[in-house]
Ligand binder design. Structure first.
Ligand SMILES: Nc1ncnc2c1ncn2[C@@H]1O[C@H](COP(=O)(O)OP(=O)(O)OP(=O)(O)O)[C@@H](O)[C@H]1O
Length: 330
């Protein structure tokens, strides 16, 4: 028997690790664009899942943004059927008419479609092919926009997707490895023109910035950026736990938060308490910014009788004596 190429083995090990411990029940659903990362992920999953007594399912999303996208999506799904996935679905989404730029709109439409596919197929998890290189790019983009620790933590290996875990088994696998795995398996990945379109900041980071950093600082830089994300994520988890305890302790019996319960907290924890509370009140996560949390914080630490603080989603918060309370929008 021919020896297994190291990247193929490394990717299978990563997938096996991700699938271990998932609840039994429905399939694991691989989200695949046809690009090298998710193709390598799909090939590993269809190999590993049955050996763990699990079913694997496959979905590819057609964003309908390029000529021939429907045919390409069908070809990707056909490959999956041939590779042994008992079910391979193409979902067509409508990107036009959504708020935000085209990239954000496509991502939102895709995640909605993945959530719906997972629900319909009763999947126990959705798997995506984000790699260590994607993580390094995410950290650089976060640094460049002045993000705090949440942004610098990059993408988590696991997050909730409307009640289904979204897993990223390849976060510690390099893009060179997914390409090498595809080559070793005789797969021909699709090259998404968006990935090289210089009008996207991520494409410029991928094409220009990361290679320049590697030249200037050495090949370990991608791994190091991904490690930074892991270290920051671990600190975030600790701070989130402290904040959850502090939020519970600061709640007033009739609703709202007690100012004396918040004032002695270290700012990093207090900011998280206020962020979580604002989310509970209905402020949308994407729109809730550092500026809003700072304005809420001023009601505690810089109280000069100011009026309500407006948060996204029409949420308003007022300080009454020693309590922060939500008020009805006027
Ligand atoms: N059209 C799609 N259909 C299904 N899943 C997708 C689609 N586009 C992206 N994904 C999922 O999201 C992951 C990240 O996609 P993105 O385009 O950001 O990265 P990428 O590095 O180009 O990945 P890939 O090489 O797999 O295309 C993919 O690996 C895949 O799991």
């Amino acid at each position: 028997m021919a020896a297994l190429a190291p990247p193929v083995a490394a990717i299978r090990v990563a997938v096996r690790r991700a699938l271990t411990g998932l609840p039994s029940g429905g399939p694991v659903l691989v989200a695949c664009s046809g690009g090298a990362d998710s193709l390598a992920l799909a090939a590993a999953t269809v190999f590993v899942a049955p050996r763990l007594g699990r079913a694997a399912a496959f979905v590819t999303v057609d964003h309908g943004l390029q000529d021939g996208s429907a045919e390409r999506a069908e070809a990707v799904a056909n490959w999956a059927r041939g590779a042994g996935f008992p079910s391979a679905t193409v979902v067509r989404v409508e990107v036009a008419g959504r708020p935000g730029g085209p990239e954000a709109a496509a991502r939102e439409a895709r995640y909605e479609a993945l959530t719906e596919a997972a629900r319909q197929q009763n999947a126990v998890a959705v798997l995506t092919g984000h790699t260590r290189d994607d993580q390094a790019e995410t950290v650089l983009l976060a640094l460049a926009r002045g993000a705090g620790p949440r942004g610098l933590a990059g993408m988590p290996a696991r997050r909730d997707l409307a009640g289904v875990p979204l897993l990223r088994p390849l976060l510690e696998i390099g893009r060179a490895q997914t390409r090498a795995a595809c080559a070793a398996l005789g797969l021909s990945p699709w090259q998404d023109p968006h990935n090289t379109d210089p009008s996207y900041a991520r494409s410029r980071v991928r094409a220009d910035l990361l290679p320049a950093l590697v030249r200037a600082l050495g090949p370990g830089v991608v791994d190091n950026l991904a490690r930074t994300a892991r270290l920051v994520a671990a600190d975030n988890a600790a701070l989130d736990e402290l904040a959850a305890t502090a939020l519970a302790a600061a709640r007033c019996p009739g609703g709202g938060l007690s100012v004396p319960g918040l004032v002695g907290l270290v700012p990093a924890v207090r900011g998280r308490v206020l962020h979580s509370w604002a989310r509970e009140l209905g402020a949308a996560a994407g729109a809730l910014s550092h500026r809003h949390v700072t304005a809420l914080d001023a009601l505690i630490t810089d109280w000069r009788g100011q009026g309500p603080t407006d948060l996204p989603g029409g949420v308003r918060v007022l300080r009454r004596a020693d309590r922060l309370t939500p008020v009805e929008p006027t």
